[in-house]
Design a protein around this ligand. Sequence first.
Ligand code: BTN
Length: 270
Amino acid sequence: MNDTISSPDDSFRQEISQHREIAGHPIFLLAETDSTNTDALRFGREGGATGTVVIAHHQTQGRGRLGKQWISHGECGLYFSLLLRPALEPADLPKITLGAGVALCRAVSRICAIEPSIKWPNDLLVSGRKCGGILTETEFIAGHSIVVVGIGINISTPMSAFPRDIQDKTTTLARHAPTIMENRLPLLTAILGEIDIMMEKMENGGFEEILTEWKKRDYTAGKQLTWVTTRGKAVSGISLGPDREGLLHIRDDQGVVHEVLSGDIRLQAP
Ligand code: BTN
């Protein structure tokens, strides 16, 4: 990992660089990296401490779920990864993405005074358009799991930075919360604090409570959608929401209920 580089013209970078930790989390601040998830996973393999955050101003190979690219233009977004060593069974690890989604919504709601929703499993939506995403990656080393929760939020990214076919499904926080540019550090602090609350709850068997809150934010519940499986098969149906394990239930047009763990969920454009 390259170490901290500061730029005289960026207030956010300067603001963060003054902190060795944020909300009790040790911070590695990078000017540029390929992907903070890659860095955090490597750090985890090397024995790095749980709770460590890798944050970058620019990612050259930011990635999202299902091998998608995550547009990470310098200074236009919040791009960070949190290394965790959760006290959870492997089967419970997918729940972390849902917990992180609730944490993101709570933080955005508090700092930006807007009410985001979530599209299963990992999309942060504002007014029905994607504004952020979560990429949770897990590795098992010597019988223990390391989990990296990578979060990307479009803060002020120009629409022209996104591929044309997703521009009408994409938004930025700046479009909805004019004060966000001054509030990037409070937003990061709030997200980390909320994730800590979620993790503690989950580690103490409190996922049901998180799920209840998640369902209040569920953008797809009751909507017609298409589930594209990882093998590329398209199944259309209605979302019944996630179950206690975090799997999304979809009732297809023949009435069969599918329990979805992976794949892409596509809705019609708002
Ligand atoms: C998605 O919407 O599919 C998830 C996007 C996650 C993007 C973040 S940005 C920080 C971290 N580093 C990455 O390469 N990806 C995540």
